[in-house]
Design a protein around this ligand. Structure first.
Ligand code: FDM
Length: 212
């Protein structure tokens, strides 16, 4: 067929509130793609393994305090430090399935009251995903799922604000999935749109940059 053999991988981002099922679905998607013989990797942001990531991690676990703008810029720096390896992987044909990206950043920081456009600015020029999958769940339902952990943002009142900010950020290109469906049904929908996305990338769809 028309598949170009030295074509790039797809950049697929999963977004949603805490406990919306992003981690399960991204893990399942990677296995599914690998099972079909595609090269795929699971990534997540924040990437807590770097120096910047460790600062973020200690902030999230309330071991350190940081100004809201400062931590915003650290999250952004954590994506910038991975940008060139992201691009290399994608160009080498590996698809990246990413658990949270710049959309989490804008939703969570603007939920704290930071200016929306200010929040978007440091993300300009990062790679734009080919597909955003939004696992949609009412904050109250997410809170019922075995409860939150003890990290800084895992509180119902704050998650309500985050949900509102995601609504502002959402655009028609996002694939919104009802996160309360049975896990198998969600996986089926995720697989279907992801394969279609991969096909477009194989056909020569260019990588683009945020926020385009
Ligand atoms: N988060 C995540 C941000 O505030 N900004 C970001 O750029 C990213 C990627 O960090 F509450 C928030 C969202 C979440 C927290 O995420 C840690 P995980 O998925 O629980 O590790």
């Amino acid at each position: 067929d028309d598949v170009n053999t030295d074509s790039r991988g797809a950049c697929i981002v999963l977004e949603g509130l805490d406990r919306s099922g992003k981690t399960s679905q991204s893990t399942r998607l990677v296995s599914y793609l690998e099972g079909l013989g595609h090269s795929a990797e699971l990534w997540r942001f924040p990437d807590r393994t770097t120096n910047v990531g460790q600062m973020i991690s200690s902030y999230l676990s309330n071991e350190s305090q940081l100004d809201d703008h400062t931590v915003h810029l650290l999250f952004s720096a954590n994506r910038w430090e991975k940008r060139s390896s992201m691009e290399k992987k994608l160009k080498a044909g590996t698809s990246l399935i990413i658990d949270r990206y710049s959309f989490s950043e804008v939703a969570f920081s603007s939920a704290k009251g930071l200016d929306f456009d200010w929040c978007k600015a440091p993300e300009i020029g990062l790679l734009a995903p080919d597909l955003v999958l939004y696992l949609d769940i009412p904050p109250e339902k997410a809170a019922e799922r075995g409860g939150y952990g003890t990290e800084r943002y895992e509180k119902l009142e704050f998650q309500r604000k985050v949900a509102d900010c995601y609504k502002v950020l959402r655009d028609p290109s996002w694939k919104v999935i009802v996160a309360q469906l049975p896990i198998e049904e969600i996986s089926k929908q995720v697989q279907e749109v992801s394969l279609e996305c991969l096909k477009q990338c194989r056909k020569g769809k260019q990588l683009s940059l945020l926020w385009s």
